[in-house]
Structures are given as structure tokens and as C-alpha cells.
Design a protein around this ligand. Structure first.
Ligand code: SF4
Length: 431
């Protein structure tokens, strides 16, 4: 089932858009705008010789899938790789803005992909997407076909031999869009948690970032706006809660409160919960927080369902942080029985968790039994689809209630709960 989404353009919502745009400082812009700046450091929208990498850097573009790593650096480090993978997984539930962009702007995304390929010297470009997004797949395939035939890119084709653009269908599971999961699924290489896709000869870039690559290089536009999805308790918007509202080009710097007001969404009450990002990896937010270049969405939920407790937590690398999980247990009114870690979660030297094999369950019986021994009668997890299914095969048989960190947001958005996901058939054919 594909969730419904609608598309709203920010320019129709925010009359004062330029006020926010002008408050955004693009990367290196202080130097670029200074009359004393060296020519190479200036914003050079009219210079036909400007190279694409410089334009991307000067536009202030960072990875818009959430990582926020400067795109020019990713492309610089990626020089010499053979493939660029466009990440269209959109694996967080409720989010829909990447898929919407592919439906409406596939040509510009493919143009961004080809610019990225040109920069790193790759002859192969692959768009990784779930087959269920049929409208996006159709417009993508048409754009890829046009690009291959286009004279505009003949120089790339000539310079790099056989230009190879294709689509790879991902499984419909979370976290299909994890960079290392994509590399594993598309190229068949599982890289270490400490490694980057370059080790497998690939660069992975989110599709909205590729759209902005096109805007930076072809339109000479700095990054001043972000696509987002607004979902959950969207009363007042005119849409049902089973619809995700995609808003294109929200000015960076505008507050969540202003976005909700522009969409006529009732301001969340004192019991409501607010996240920026998706229900899995999002961060607790306040109405006065602002839209950033990495903000994927605004999620609004009601209160957590109370649990008599004690509740045990299993922390994983792909979901809510232990701090967020603890706050959910508190919001359920339960005491905390204990904390366990998914066997696949590896702690990196910087303290961050990474999954050893994203989305492939290593078994959860040990963690569930350990928490049972510590007195837990309920469980709170933030697991991937596969691990959530595993927990559901064990915990209810032990008489334990299971909650997932995404529950409140998925309930608010009239969406299936994660642990209720059906196991999907693997789809790996290329179109
Ligand atoms: S295996 Fe564990 S750490 Fe990895 S994605 Fe699944 S729940 Fe997260």
C-alpha cells in the first residue's frame, strides 16, 4: 500500500519568503560576497567556466537526507568511484517528499545525478527506489531514457564510455535507505560500520540533494529552501490524517509554528508530541525550532498510551536514541526495568551507534529474555522492520506488551504500526 500524499508549494504559503531566504548564509558566502574576495572565492553565477564542484560548494549544499555532510566534499572524496547511487528509498514511514519530487521533477534529479557522475568520473548511475512508488518510477524511467538520448550530456557519454543509467528496486522495509544498506543491496558489498560507500566504489546521494545539485550548477541557485513532509495530527489542513502533506521549498530559517500556521494546522496542545524528521530517527522539537537544510519533516502526535510497567528498552542503531526511548517510557508513566542493545548495534569511537548489517535481524531473543529477567513486563523498541517482527515472535509469548518508538506518530497518521508490517517479497530486478 502506498500512503496518500499531497503537494503544496511554499511560494503559495509564505508571502514573506524572501525575508527568510535573505537570512540564510550559504557556505563561504561571507568571502564570496566580499568585494575584496579573491576571484575564486566569489559567487560566480555568470561565469560559464565555473566548475560544478565550486558551484555546489558555494551554494552551501549539504546532504539533505539528514546527514548534513557538505555535498562538495562527498563528491571530492568520491572522485574515481565507478557508480553514483541516487537514494530514493524514502524509508521512514509517513515521509513522502523525496518520492513526490521524483513524480514531479525527475528530469532535474536525473540532471543532478549526471552532474555528480561527471564530477566523480563515474559512468554508471543507479536510482534505488521501492517498486511500490509506481508514479515516481514511471517518471524516473522516462527521465532516464531522455537523459541517455539527450545531446546535452553527450560529452559525458563520450568521455566516459558507455553511459549506464538504471533503476534498482529496493525491498519495502526499514532501513532500506541507510547508505550501507543501499550499497549492500545494490552492489552486493557489505561495508564495515566505520567505512564509507567509496570503499565499494560508490557515492550515495539523496534525491533531493541531487535536485539541489542541478539548481546549484544549472540554475546557479544557493540553497535557501528544503522540501519537508508534515504528517500526523494535521487537523485544520483540510486533509485526512492518512495523508502526508509534502511542502516544496520551505524557506530555511522559518519556524515550525509558521509552517503549521500557513497550512492551517491546529497548534499542538500541551499533551501533543512534536518531532522534526521521521518517526524513527526524528528529534523532539519545539514550535519555535526552525527548518534546517537537513529537516525531513514535522510530525505531530498525541500522547503515548500508558503502560503499567516496568518497561525494558532495546536500543538499536537505526531508531530512536536511548534518551528518546527513556522519555517515551516516562511518558507512558512506567518505570524502567533495564536497557539492552541490539546485537547488531556497534558503538563507534565517536559514541554513535551503527548497525553491523542494517535491517537484517541478528535475533532478539537474548535481549528480550534479559529484560524479562530484569523484571520487564513491557518492552519498548525502535527496531527495523525485520527485528520488530522477530521481537513480535517472542515477547507476546512471554506475556510482554510491546511498544515501538514510532507508535504515537503512526497512530496519529492513521498508518500501520511497525510491528504489524507484513513481510514483503524481496524485489531486486532492475528496470
Ligand atoms: S539489526 Fe538492530 S541495529 Fe540493525 S537495523 Fe535492525 S534493529 Fe537496528
Amino acid at each position: 500500500m502506498v500512503r496518500k500524499h499531497c503537494i503544496v508549494k511554499a511560494e503559495s504559503l509564505f508571502a514573506q519568503q524572501s525575508q527568510y531566504v535573505s537570512s540564510v548564509v550559504p557556505y563561504d558566502s561571507a568571502a564570496a560576497l566580499s568585494s575584496d574576495a579573491a576571484p575564486a572565492a566569489r559567487l560566480i553565477p555568470d561565469d560559464p567556466q565555473a566548475d560544478a564542484l565550486s558551484l555546489i560548494r558555494e551554494a552551501g549544499l549539504v546532504g539533505m537526507g539528514g546527514a548534513g555532510f557538505p555535498t562538495w566534499k562527498k563528491l571530492e572524496f568520491g572522485k574515481g568511484t565507478s557508480v553514483v547511487i541516487a537514494n530514493a528509498a524514502e524509508c521512514e514511514p509517513l515521509l513522502a517528499h523525496n518520492i513526490a519530487r521524483l513524480e514531479t521533477d525527475a528530469e532535474r534529479i536525473v540532471s543532478g545525478l549526471m552532474i555528480a557522475m561527471r564530477i566523480v568520473g563515474a559512468s554508471k548511475g543507479i536510482v534505488a527506489i521501492k517498486a511500490k512508488n509506481a508514479a515516481a518510477v514511471a517518471s524516473l524511467q522516462s527521465a532516464l531514457q531522455t537523459a541517455v538520448q539527450s545531446a546535452t550530456h553527450s560529452a559525458l557519454e563520450t568521455a566516459q564510455g558507455n553511459l549506464d543509467l538504471s533503476v534498482f528496486f529496493l525491498q519495502d522495509r526499514y532501513p532500506a535507505g541507510d547508505e550501507r544498506a543501499i550499497v549492500r543491496d545494490v552492489l552486493g558489498t557489505l561495508i564495515a560500520p566505520t567505512s564509507i560507500p567509496g570503499e565499494a566504489g560508490a557515492v550515495v546521494i539523496n534525491v533531493e540533494t541531487l535536485l539541489r545539485v542541478h539548481e546549484a550548477v544549472v540554475d546557479r541557485k544557493p540553497v535557501t529552501a528544503k522540501d519537508i513532509t508534515v504528517a500526523g495530527l494535521i487537523d485544520g489542513s483540510g486533509y485526512e490524517r492518512d495523508t502526508s502533506i509534502v511542502v516544496y521549498d520551505v524557506p530555511i530559517g522559518i519556524s515550525l509554528r509558521e509552517v503549521l500556521a500557513a497550512l492551517n494546522i491546529a497548534e499542538p496542545g500541551p499533551d501533543a508530541q512534536l518531532l522534526t524528521g521521521g518517526p524513527y530517527m526524528g528529534n523532539a522539537a519545539q514550535l519555535d525550532d526552525t527548518i534546517t537544510a537537513t529537516c525531513g519533516g514535522i510530525m505531530i502526535a498525541g500522547p503515548e498510551i500508558p503502560d503499567p510497567g516496568p518497561v525494558g528498552i532495546i536500543v538499536c542503531a537505526c531508531g530512536a536514541s536511548d534518551e528518546r526511548l527513556k522519555s517515551i517510557v516516562a511518558a507512558e508513566g512506567a518505570s524502567l526495568a533495564g536497557i539492552e542493545l541490539c546485537k547488531n548495534a556497534v558503538r563507534l569511537p565517536n559514541g554513535r551507534l551503527k548497525c553491523a548489517n542494517p535491517g537484517i535481524c541478528p535475533g532478539q531473543a537474548q535481549a528480550v529474555l534479559a529484560l524479562k529477567k530484569q523484571g520487564a513486563t513491557g518492552l519498548l523498541i525502535g527496531h527495523c522492520t525485520d527485528c520488530s517482527n522477530t521481537v513480535m515472535q517472542i515477547a507476546p509469548k512471554l506475556g510482554m506488551r510491546v511498544h515501538h518508538a514510532t507508535d504515537a506518530y503512526l497512530r496519529a497518521g492513521d498508518e500501520h504500526l511497525v510491528r504489524s508490517f507484513r513481510k514483503t517479497e524481496p524485489v531486486t530486478a532492475r528496470g
